[in-house]
Design a protein around this ligand. Sequence first.
Ligand SMILES: [Zn+2]
Ligand SMILES: [Zn+2]
Length: 229
Amino acid sequence: MSAIIKQIEMGKTNAYLIKSEKGYILVDAGMPGESDKIEKVLVENNISLKDIQLIIITHVHYDHVGSLSVLKDKTGAAVLVHEKEKEFLEKGKTDFPEGTVFISKLISKLSNLISESKFKAVNPDITIKDNYDLKQYGVNGEIIHTPGHTRGSISVIINGEDIICGDTLFNFMPHSVYPPFANDKKQLIKSWKKIEKYNCKRFYPGHGSIFTKEKFIKTLAKKAKKLDA
Ligand SMILES: [Zn+2]
Ligand SMILES: [Zn+2]
């Protein structure tokens, strides 16, 4: 069972394509108005919209679900989300998480004010609570619950080596993969420790470029020390 992960860069956010034995799985769906960027990558790779069987949403923030409604209609794919995010997806709105540093605290406040956090509501087909096996989709992989950035954040592990982690890890800065926003910072580090146990080699974040285990381990060591102090 092989699964190739293709990164779709869409300005601010990444989406990923997983090749399965039966078709494709899309992880995340970009900002509003970005479905054409995903469709372009599909065309370039000779993939039809109908080949997408499942759309996994790492968490319900507008920059990851903005084009979900359009893509769900065009692909007919089932949409999977954690049960703690379901309500936000159905409402088409999320409260922005709290900032972890001063500047993001400010952005968080402003974002809620200008309601940039709105997107077209979608009713999910599958909601999960904890681990979810992707074998039925022809993929050697599983979904794990990694709360912290949001309560229902999930990550997708493929072949025990690659992890698509949404905003649980951010790759914006040279020496850290700590996200600028988190609803629960303690829980976030707990989830990082959970991820550490899977010993994945490559990390595929919702923002920034793909990075290796070393960068994750270094940031985790720094943050865990701070929490213990
Ligand atoms: Zn994001
Ligand atoms: Zn987010």
